[in-house]
Write a protein that binds this ligand. Structure first.
Ligand SMILES: NC(=O)C1=CN([C@@H]2O[C@H](COP(=O)(O)OP(=O)(O)OC[C@H]3O[C@@H](n4cnc5c(N)ncnc54)[C@H](OP(=O)(O)O)[C@@H]3O)[C@@H](O)[C@H]2O)C=CC1
Ligand SMILES: O=C(CO)COP(=O)(O)O
Length: 315
């Protein structure tokens, strides 16, 4: 069964490499392939990792038709428009969203977007702690694959260095992957502003409480959040400078110029969840403070003050 990866950023490329290293027929499509097909490497997004022989670079997205399994590795805020544009190609396929976030315009996660734009497709979510460079380098990783009846898909996408755990809780998995990025920005801000590692631990723990509250609101299973896509990815992303969300927070906290053109999913997702939390009446103070700092409505000092002066409560 052939597999296509659509979106040749760092993550899509790394997944395609790992799948192809196991000898699977894998095709990778980029909207702007540059010299990928001749260089046999994604020199722009993931340099230094040559393509295995069984990885084919697709010139035309229409050729995705030969694959039953399609991995969607475009940034979250582009997913809805991307699927709507190409919906005719995705009839009856298994669409595996590899992006992490919540759509700002609609407040929807990837599974719901897939269901609404491609109703004949089977939605799945791939999420969990894994940096693209680690996957491409063949280092060991463990991720969660969420899909109804996902046993065959789990076997199809497991590789020598990607161990997949299976669940049917798509909502829980996508929420874990989306919200950990928001907490990672908050943690980066705290470390960048010199607030210390104890503050980071507090933000991770109370951020996790916000993730659980949001997950309960959306009907996710609480234990999913304790797994790889929630707790696992939160741990990785809030503690490594390889994370773009954490590094973005660090830069903000230090008061340095912010990077441009980098995929920092937590920015839009923080706004999306803050809006939804506010309208649903659930408390997500850390996400709200991240938004206030991003929008320059509060300084970092004021945001900290505001978090610390909230009414005392039970844990
Ligand atoms: N990098 C990582 O370690 C991990 C990333 N992820 C998730 O994967 C998703 C993608 O991230 P990542 O690969 O790192 O991102 P990158 O920033 O490396 O690349 C984004 C890619 O998406 C492409 N793209 C953007 N808009 C469109 C569009 N409308 N149609 C087609 N392609 C488009 C870009 O094309 P172009 O090059 O032409 O601009 C680019 O190749 C994110 O949601 C991220 O959270 C998940 C786990 C790990
Ligand atoms: O999701 C990731 C690791 O699991 C990658 O994190 P960043 O998008 O912050 O780089």
């Amino acid at each position: 069964m052939s597999i296509s990866v659509l979106g040749a950023g760092a993550f899509g490329t790394a997944l395609a490499i790992s799948l192809a290293q196991d000898g699977r027929a894998v095709s990778l499509w980029a909207r702007d392939p540059g010299d990928m097909a001749t260089a046999r490497e994604n020199t722009r997004r993931l340099p230094g990792f040559p393509f295995p022989n069984s990885l084919i670079v697709l010139d035309r997205i229409e050729d995705v038709e030969t694959s039953q399994i399609v991995l969607l590795a475009v940034p979250m805020q582009k997913l809805a428009a991307f699927l709507a544009q190409h919906a005719a190609l995705f009839q009856n396929k298994t669409l595996v969203a590899c992006c992490k976030g919540i759509d700002l315009q609609s407040g929807r996660g990837p599974a719901e977007i897939i269901r609404q734009t491609c109703p004949t497709a089977t939605p799945a979510i791939l999420s969990g702690p894994s940096f693209a460079v680690d996957i491409a380098a063949g280092l060991p990783t463990a991720l969660t694959l969420a899909c109804e009846d996902g046993e065959a898909l789990q076997a199809a996408l497991s590789t020598k260095n990607i161990r997949l755990y299976r669940t049917a809780d798509l909502t829980g998995v996508e929420i874990g992957g989306a919200l950990k990025n928001v907490v990672a920005i908050a943690c980066g801000i705290a470390i960048g502003a010199g607030l210390g590692e104890s503050a980071r631990a507090a933000l991770m723990t109370r951020g996790y409480a916000e993730m659980q509250r949001y997950a309960a609101l959306k009907g996710a299973q609480p234990e999913t959040l304790a797994g790889l896509s929630g707790f696992g990815d939160l741990t990785l992303t809030c503690s490594s400078e390889k994370s773009r969300n954490y590094s973005f927070g660090l830069t903000l906290g230090r008061g340095d110029p912010l990077p441009e053109g980098t995929t920092v999913e937590g920015r839009a997702t923080a706004k999306a969840v803050s809006n939804l939390a506010q309208s649903a009446g659930i408390e997500m103070p850390i996400a709200q403070m991240v938004v206030a700092v991003l929008d320059n409505r509060l300084t970092i000092g004021q945001a900290v003050e505001s978090l610390l002066s909230r009414p005392l409560k039970e844990e």
